[in-house]
Design a protein around this ligand. Structure first.
Ligand SMILES: [Zn+2]
Length: 130
């Protein structure tokens, strides 16, 4: 038995794992579970992101939310209609668990539809083009 009690916390979820089980990702060491979660988001979004960029370029003024889920569209439209919204405002508007909301933000961010913007009274999520 080679017992190497070499444990390290996952940088994302904070749980403890044997160091050799952690995966290097953008300078962070994350567990397999977090790694899969992160990559699922990217898979969900990528085909749409590529297509939407083309659509956006070809048809200026027409925002292609095509390919997003209804919830993602609603969140995006809410952000646009408000000219930017805080996480709290969005959480109030949509009855989603915080982790799901974070997941939707991640997808919208990854699609370059929204971005974070620091204002005097907090961090807002705004349209990417703003
Ligand atoms: Zn983790």
């Amino acid at each position: 038995m080679t017992e190497k009690a070499d444990l390290k916390n996952c940088d994302r979820c904070g749980r403890e794992f044997p160091t050799e089980d952690l995966i290097e990702e953008g300078g962070a060491q994350i567990c397999e579970n977090c790694y899969i979660n992160a990559h699922q988001k990217i898979k969900v979004c990528d085909p749409w992101a590529v297509r939407s960029k083309k659509i956006l370029r070809e048809k200026a003024g027409q925002v292609g939310t095509d390919g997003l889920t209804d919830v993602q569209k609603e969140i995006y439209e809410f952000i646009i209609s408000k000219g930017g919204a805080t996480r709290e405002q969005i959480a109030d508007q949509f009855t989603l668990p915080p982790e799901e909301l974070e997941n939707e933000f991640a997808i919208l961010r990854h699609c370059e539809l929204v971005k974070g913007q620091k204002r005097d009274d907090g961090v807002y999520i705004v349209a990417f083009e703003d």
